[in-house]
Design a protein around this ligand. Structure first.
Ligand code: FFO
Ligand code: ATP
Length: 182
């Protein structure tokens, strides 16, 4: 698949996400269930934008440290800063992140946003490669659980993969929890 074809697939998936959305209560219920075994672990989530499934209610119910991603430049891994529900600063691409005074944390469990996914655990994001770079480094350093969060309407039969793509360990949707078969 060419870069242009992948970009077209991403644009279509992002438009479909905005059009269809899904059931917020199903997202919160299934995400809370998926996070239950990870009590006490450092959890990274995200502040939703552009029609993304909202992880915040399930994050607030997590019994453990929370953090949010921070984009510090182009083509560099994300860093994560602690967040206890306080005010956020605006970042690039419409993101919001904790202030620079918040300590940097290393997440053990990550809730990963996405444009489209498949049942094998492959995902397409915004095309920055941020989560791919970040998961590669975190996984090289120790055990990490990457949980993709999406509406069921964002599933595709097969997402094209490239060698740098980092697969998801679990996918949570408003319809249920998918354990990818590897
Ligand atoms: N809520 C949320 N936070 C997140 C992400 C995310 O997907 N969702 N990220 C996930 O990585 C990181 C931010 N990465 C992003 C990368 C690109 C774009 C974006 O809007 N890109 C433009 C093209 C920009 C350009 O290249 O000039 C676009 O898609 O129109 C947004 C977020 C960290 N924080
Ligand atoms: N580990 C890596 N090292 C260097 N470059 C990488 C790495 N992972 C991804 N990239 C680069 O990032 C770019 C975007 O990758 P891709 O299209 O898979 O992004 P994405 O998964 O949609 O975005 P995101 O992870 O930010 O949500 C590609 O050009 C790729 O070369």
């Amino acid at each position: 698949m060419s870069a242009a074809q992948k970009a077209a697939l991403r644009a279509e998936a992002l438009a479909a996400r905005l059009r269809h959305g899904g059931d917020p209560a199903g997202i919160t219920g299934h995400l809370t269930q998926a996070l239950a075994p990870h009590r006490g672990r450092v959890l990274s989530g995200y502040r939703p934008m552009r029609g993304e499934a909202d992880p915040l209610p399930a994050m607030q119910a997590h019994d453990g440290p929370l953090c949010l991603p921070v984009v510090t430049g182009r083509a560099v891994p994300l860093i994560f800063r602690a967040w206890r529900g306080g005010p956020l600063d605006p970042g690039p691409f419409g993101t919001w992140h904790p202030p620079e005074s918040a300590p940097v944390l290393t997440p053990e469990v990550l809730i990963v946003p996405l444009a489209a996914f498949d049942r094998a655990g492959n995902r397409i994001g915004y095309g920055g490669g941020y989560y791919d770079r970040t998961l590669q480094i975190l996984r090289a350093a120790g055990p990490v659980v990457a949980i993709g969060l999406a509406f069921a309407s964002q599933e595709l039969p097969q997402v094209p993969t490239e060698e740098f793509d980092q697969p998801l360990d679990l996918i949570v949707t408003d319809a249920g929890i998918v354990l990818p078969a590897h």
